[in-house]
Ligand binder design. Structure first.
Ligand code: SF4
Ligand code: SF4
Length: 202
């Protein structure tokens, strides 16, 4: 099972990398970028992910021996009813600034926020943007013009289902990101344990 978890993790990372390339292209063509150090979207109390989206992250935790420490942090956040993402490290000198400590493994919404699109209730595509990006007036205008020309910003649901279909039982339910990390660690722990059982018995 460990091998299949590794394969799933690698496949999800492939999807993330192709998404990152699309977003980098938009950034290069328009000059619109997240300001250095901005972490405002990480401060939202409702960042959501599926268990599947955090498989590469948790796979990394297992590979590097981080699991006990991460589990401890999850418990502390839960006890304090702190809904901020556990991966966020705030800048002590600026409350709006900070960084993702595991940026390479961040889930889908964290990659798409600011540069993705999603269908609204009327079936029209909404651009996912933020105040910080809108403040970069020239670049934002180029971005708006780019959208008009190309129309195909990365669409959240396309990437969501690509990942969900790799592990359907863990890919469809969105939940607070910290819960997704905890559930994913538990899911991976039991999968790996089951694989070890026959070996321990022999
Ligand atoms: S998407 Fe917006 S809030 Fe998030 S880091 Fe970029 S500029 Fe900041
Ligand atoms: S996973 Fe990283 S980018 Fe996403 S909310 Fe947490 S700290 Fe921010």
């Amino acid at each position: 099972m460990e091998n299949s978890l590794t394969a799933i993790s690698n496949n999800i990372m492939r999807v993330y990398r192709s998404l990152d390339i699309s977003i980098r292209r938009i950034q290069m063509e328009t000059g619109l970028h997240c300001p250095e150090g901005c972490g405002a979207c990480c401060l939202h109390q409702n960042v959501e992910a599926t268990v599947a989206e955090v498989i590469p992250l948790c796979h990394y935790f297992f590979r590097t021996g981080y699991v006990p420490r991460i589990y401890e942090i999850l418990e502390i956040y839960k006890a304090n009813a702190n809904l901020t993402c556990i991966l966020y490290l705030p800048d002590p000198d600026n409350t709006q600034h900070g960084r993702c400590q595991f940026y390479n493994f961040r889930p889908l919404i964290c990659r798409m926020f600011g540069f993705g699109s999603r269908k609204n209730r009327l079936g029209q595509m909404d651009v996912m943007t933020c105040r910080m990006l809108k403040q970069q007036e020239d670049a934002y205008q180029r971005y708006a013009a780019f959208i008009k020309q190309h129309v195909e910003l990365p669409v959240v649901s396309n990437y969501f289902y690509k990942i969900a279909m790799m592990v359907p039982e863990y890919g469809l339910k969105l939940m607070p990101v910290n819960d997704a990390i905890q559930d994913c660690i538990e899911f991976m722990y039991w999968k790996m344990r089951r694989r070890m059982r026959p070996r321990l018995a022999s």
